[in-house]
Design a protein around this ligand. Structure first.
Ligand SMILES: [Zn+2]
Length: 331
């Protein structure tokens, strides 16, 4: 197993998130990845440094060109104030920065500032390099310690602490060689990944997450979202209720694994969040650290070349233990 890390994320320190008009301490902090890294080292895992940079042309297939330019050229620390309020603006060239900020955001948890593009690009590069190693048969399993996370970033919208969709960029890269299955096991619905591959028949997206009627991102993640066109039937959502514990999660995961097996993918990508743990401050499931090992074993019964991409997880004290348990189950 190859584990990839870059210290570039240390300079990504969002000041706060805005909830109900209040400034709350930001949950997506550098110690998340640093604590995972520490636990990995203590438990004998080797950490490799990034050597490749994701090509811009690959990002431009996954994300809208204007959205990329918007992130690249933004210069001041900002949160959106106004969001699009009807469809008349769809094809208009919006010049006012406040309009552009609202157009390309969907929440107040994901601040913009000068330099965020380079940091997000580095995070995507971790997933990209491991995907390349898997494509070229150099490794069977890789774990990308991505930060900022990516699965909430849509084609042309940032949100949920995400700017570029690392999982989707790696999936696009791998899909050139064969079918890809994405299994999203973060606590929250991977709305961005769903949005990006919704009409694709060659990329299966399966997400197990908190019922959107209960938790973020609220607007997507329902079981009737099944894909369109060639992608019909290739998007599968398993929303789960508050308090979901190991047993119900395992039953659902087994169903998801059967769907992936039936799809016969060449590659598997796991969007891995640890906010499903019982002591996560943002989540609301009751999974235990021991269960993370069983979860990984169940997924690895597919015996596919697999890329594990770090997404959410906010109990910084326990993230490392949960990642170690998962990776031990995988090897
Ligand atoms: Zn999450």
């Amino acid at each position: 197993m190859k584990i990839l890390y870059s210290q570039r994320h240390l300079s990504h320190v969002p000041g706060y998130e805005i909830f109900n008009g209040e400034k709350d301490p930001h949950s997506e902090i550098p110690s998340r990845v640093e604590n995972i890294k520490k636990s990995l080292i203590v438990n004998g895992f080797k950490i490799s440094k990034l050597t490749k940079r994701v090509p811009l042309r690959l990002i431009e297939v996954v994300h809208d060109k204007n959205y990329i330019d918007f992130i690249k050229n933004w210069s001041v620390y900002s949160y959106p104030s106004v969001f699009p309020y009807n469809d008349l603006n769809k094809n208009k060239r919006l010049i006012n920065p406040l309009a552009r900020l609202g157009k390309y955001s969907f929440d107040l948890y994901t601040p913009m500032y000068k330099g965020i593009f380079e940091i997000a690009l580095e995070s995507s590069s971790l997933a990209y390099e491991l995907a390349t190693d898997i494509k070229t048969n150099q490794i069977k399993v890789g774990y990308a310690l991505c930060r900022p996370p990516g699965h909430h970033a849509e084609k042309a919208k940032m949100g949920g602490y995400c700017y570029l969709n690392n999982t989707s960029i790696a999936a696009e890269h791998l899909s050139r060689d064969g079918k890809v299955a994405i299994l999203d096991i973060d606590f929250h619905h991977g709305n961005g990944t769903q949005n990006i591959f919704y009409d694709r028949g060659d990329v299966l997206t399966v997400s197990i997450h908190a019922d959107p009627n209960w938790k973020f991102p609220f607007f997507t993640g329902f079981s009737d979202e099944k894909g369109i066109g060639k992608g019909e039937g290739k998007n599968i959502n398993y929303p789960l209720p508050k308090g979901t514990a190991n047993d119900l999660y395992q039953k659902t995961l087994e169903k998801a694994v059967v769907k992936i097996k039936d799809f016969k993918p060449r590659y598997l990508i796991i969007a891995f969040g640890q906010d499903t743990h019982k002591d996560d401050p943002i989540g609301g499931f009751k999974l235990t650290t021991n269960y993370f090992k069983k979860m990984a074993k169940t997924i690895n019964s597919l015996r596919l070349p697999a890329l594990i991409v770090q997404e959410g997880g906010y109990n910084t004290k326990l993230l490392g233990d949960n990642v170690v348990a998962f990776l031990n189950g995988f090897s």
